[in-house]
Design a protein around this ligand. Structure first.
Ligand SMILES: Nc1ncnc2c1ncn2[C@@H]1O[C@H](COP(=O)(O)OP(=O)(O)OP(=O)(O)O)[C@@H](O)[C@H]1O
Ligand SMILES: [Mg+2]
Length: 505
C-alpha cells in the first residue's frame, strides 16, 4: 500500500521532494516527518477536488488507509479468500464466478495472466477489456475488465472483482482496500489469510475462507538433472535472469537438430500460469533480489514447482528437480515446509499502525528528486514518479528526464525530439545489445505515458512500432549467437511447448 515513509532514513538521505512538501503542507503536513503517500495520492486528490461532499482530508493521519477509498467503504463487500496449494483450482473457481457476474474486474500480477483471463471471458461470450500499463484493448459494450494489478480501478462500481495476486506490493493492498465491488475474490496461499483477515477487520467487509486441495500430484525427484543432455520433452528450466535465459536457450536447446520441446522460463511463471509442463528443473536455487544473491524462499519454490503436472494438461503427474545435486536438499525441504505466515514479516516491518508497513519506494524517490524542480502540477509529477522508468539505467532515466522537461515546457512531447526513427541497427556487441534494450525501455515509457497523457504524447503508434523493431533486432542478434526464435510467440494457457521464453512482463 501506500508508500508511507515516516522518518525513513534512506529517504531522508535523498531529501524531501518538493513535490509533496509544497503541495501537502497546506493540509497541515509536517514535512520533516512525512515524505510521501504516493500510492493513494491520486484517489485522495480526486476525492478532495471532486467536491463530492468529502471533508478536508487529513494528510497527517496515515494510520487508516482503508478510509482513503470512500467508494469501497460505502459497501459491505462479500470477500471470498480462495486458498490452497498450487494447482488446486482456486483461480478456476473464482473466474467462474467472475464470468457469471453482471460486471467485473480481474486484477492479476502478470500481463500474461490478464491476457489469459480476457481471452477466456471473451471466448465465453462475456465481453472483456484488457488493460495493462502499456496496452488497452477495449471491447464494445464490455462490462468486464482484465487488468494488471497496478491498473486496478478503485473508482468504479463492480458486481464482482477478483484479485489473483501473489505479492504484497502496494498495488495489491490498494486493490484489496479500494476496489468497490459487491463480491471480492482473492486467490492465494493460506499463509496470507490471517493478514488479510486482520486488514479487513476495519473495513466491515464480510470475509469467508474457501480451502482447496491439489488436483494432481507433484513428485519431488531424488535425482538431479545433472546434465542438459538429460533434458526431455515437457521439461521447463527455470532461471532467474534474462541473460541466463538467453544463454541457456542459445547454447542448449535450440540446436537445429534438437527435437526437444522445452520451456526456458524465469520465475515469473510461478505466478499462476497454466502450461503443459511435465518436469520443473531449477537451474539454481539462488536468486539475486536486487540487493543480494539469496536462497529461494519457500513460497517461491512452491509456486514455481507447482507449474508441473497441471490438472487437465497432458501431464497428469508433475515432477520437480534441480540441475545440481547439491540443491536437492533445499528443494525437498522447501516443498515440505508450510509457507511462513505473512503477518510475521509484516509485523517486523510495521512502523505505523500495526497492520501496515513501509513499502520500499527508493525508485519513486529517485524520479521525484529528478523532476522535483520542474514546473508541473502534483498529479503530473506523481504520474512521472510511478512510471515504469528504470532509474538504474542511464538511457532510460535520461529519457524520462527529457520527457518530463519537454512536457513541462511545451505540454507536448514529440518522440522525434529525442529519438530518430530508422536509425536502429542489429547490435554487434554485448554493449550495443544493452543500449538497444535501454532504448526499448525509453520507447516503452513513451507508450506508457501516451496512455495517461494522450494529447501530450501523440506518437504512441510510432513508439510502439519502434519498440517492436528493437525486439526484432535483439532477436536477430541472439539468433546470430545461435538462439532461435520461438515458433510459438505468445504463451497461451496450454500451448505446445516450443522453447518459448517467459519472463516478467
Ligand atoms: N473444476 C475444474 N474443472 C476443469 N478444470 C479445472 C477445474 N478446476 C481447475 N481446473 C483446471 O486446473 C488447472 C489448475 O487450476 P487453477 O489455475 O485454478 O489452479 P490454482 O489453484 O489457481 O493454481 P496456482 O496457485 O498455481 O495459481 C487449470 O488449467 C484449470 O483450468
Ligand atoms: Mg491461480
Amino acid at each position: 500500500m501506500a508508500l508511507l515513509l515516516l522518518r525513513n532514513r534512506k529517504a531522508s538521505a535523498l531529501g524531501i521532494p518538493r513535490i509533496l512538501r509544497d503541495n501537502v503542507e497546506p493540509f497541515g503536513l509536517n514535512s520533516e516527518k512525512i515524505i510521501g503517500a504516493f500510492a493513494s495520492v491520486d484517489v485522495i486528490i480526486r476525492s478532495y477536488c471532486s467536491g463530492s461532499g468529502m471533508k478536508k482530508f487529513d494528510f497527517t493521519d496515515l494510520t487508516r488507509p482503508h478510509t482513503w477509498y470512500p467508494l469501497a467503504r460505502k459497501k459491505v463487500r462479500k470477500v471470498i479468500l480462495h486458498v490452497g496449494p498450487t494447482n488446486s483450482g482456486k483461480t478456476h473457481q473464482a473466474l467462474s464466478r467472475l464470468e457469471s457476474s453482471s460486471s467485473g474486474i480481474y486484477c492479476g500480477p502478470l500481463r500474461l495472466l490478464a491476457w489469459e483471463v480476457a481471452k477466456r471471458l471473451n471466448k465465453a461470450n462475456v465481453s472483456c477489456d484488457l488493460i495493462t500499463g502499456q496496452e488497452r484493448e477495449e471491447v464494445d459494450g464490455a462490462k468486464h475488465r482484465a487488468v494488471t494489478v497496478e491498473m486496478a480501478d478503485v473508482v468504479s462500481d463492480y458486481d464482482c472483482a477478483m484479485l489473483g495476486c501473489k505479492t504484497r506490493g502496494f498495488s495489491f493492498t490498494r486493490a484489496l482496500l479500494g476496489i468497490c465491488a459487491n463480491e471480492l475474490h482473492l486467490c492465494g496461499d493460506p499463509a496470507a489469510v490471517p493478514l488479510i483477515q486482520q486488514i479487513l477487520q476495519v473495513t466491515g467487509d464480510d470475509v469467508k475462507v474457501q480451502s482447496y486441495e491439489r488436483l494432481s500430484p507433484l513428485v519431488p525427484l531424488n535425482v538431479p538433472l545433472g546434465s542438459f543432455s538429460n533434458i526431455q520433452t515437457g521439461d521447463c528450466i527455470v532461471t532467474f535472469s534474462r541473460h541466463a535465459i538467453y544463454r541457456l536457450k542459445a547454447t542448449r536447446f535450440n540446436d537445429a537438430s534438437s527435437e526437444f520441446d522445452v520451456l526456458v522460463a524465469s520465475d515469473a511463471i510461478g505466478m499462476g500460469l497454466n502450461l503443459n509442463i511435465s518436469r520443473i528443473i531449477f537451474s539454481t536455487m539462488k536468486k539475486f533480489d536486487g540487493v543480494e544473491l539469496r536462497d529461494l524462499t519457500v513460497p517461491e519454490v512452491k509456486q514455481i514447482a507447482g507449474r508441473a503436472g497441471r490438472y487437465g494438461s497432458k501431464f497428469p503427474v508433475g515432477e520437480v528437480t534441480c540441475l545440481d545435486s547439491e540443491d536437492l536438499p533445499l528443494l525437498h525441504k522447501s516443498l515440505l515446509e508450510p509457507s511462513p505466515m505473512l503477518e510475521e514479516h509484516f509485523l517486523e516491518n510495521a512502523k505505523l499502525s500495526e497492520n501496515y508497513f513501509f513499502a520500499n519506494c527508493e525508485e519513486v524517490l529517485k524520479v521525484a528528486t529528478v523532476i522535483d524542480q520542474l514546473p508541473l502540477r502534483l498529479h503530473e509529477k506523481y504520474l512521472f514518479c510511478i512510471s515504469p522508468v528504470d532509474m538504474n539505467d542511464d538511457i532510460s532515466s535520461q529519457g524520462l528526464t527529457q520527457f518530463a522537461t519537454n512536457y513541462s515546457k511545451k505540454g507536448i512531447v514529440q518522440l522525434r525530439e529525442i529519438f530518430t526513427p530508422g536509425t536502429l541497427q542489429v547490435p554487434k556487441t554485448q554493449a550495443a545489445l544493452r543500449e538497444l534494450e535501454s532504448i526499448h525501455k525509453v520507447l516503452d515509457l513513451y507508450v506508457w505515458l501516451s496512455f495517461r497523457l494522450e494529447e501530450s504524447f501523440p506518437d504512441r503508434e510510432l513508439a510502439a512500432s519502434q519498440k517492436a523493431i528493437c525486439s526484432m533486432l535483439i532477436e536477430e542478434f541472439l539468433e546470430r549467437l545461435g538462439w532461435q526464435k520461438p515458433r510459438v510467440k505468445k504463451v497461451t494457457p496450454r500451448p505446445k511447448l516450443n522453447s518459448a521464453v517467459v519472463s516478467r512482463c
